[in-house]
Design a protein around this ligand. Sequence first.
Ligand code: ADP
Ligand code: MG
Length: 140
Amino acid sequence: MTVQKTLSILKPDVTRRNLTGKINAKIESAGLRIIAQKRLWLTRAQAEGFYAVHAERSFFNDLCEFMTTGPVVVQVLEGNDAVAAYRDIMGATNPANSAEGTIRKEFAESIEANSVHGSDSEENAANEIAYFFSQTEIVG
Ligand code: ADP
Ligand code: MG
């Protein structure tokens, strides 16, 4: 096991339904520590930049639109194998396929409005963290 950091985003469907605390409780219950957190209203350019790897996907425009419909909460999570650990408690992208007890099973509204983002590799985590946070904002 290695201690890792990962980038989490609580998406606009979470802030709209006032579920920030409920999701944070699930994150902390899983042993992950929230070592940086801020609430932002992403610009279209910020959303497109963040999801640039998906630029060719059919859902890219709708996804960037959705991500700017309200505030998000961006977070850095730290813990043992944090990248995989967070992906585990997030559940599958499509909540119809998410396992019982996962965040998306419990809270996601749809495959698009699926409540949370989590980095999918340690390398991407480092890049995604740097996209939103400076080193001085991350307090482990
Ligand atoms: P994940 O967030 O599980 O890593 P992806 O990286 O594949 O999933 O997709 C990024 C985000 O794009 C998803 O979390 C979801 O909000 C949206 N998305 C993915 N697939 C679809 C789809 N088929 N239709 C609509 N939105 C989608
Ligand atoms: Mg992804």
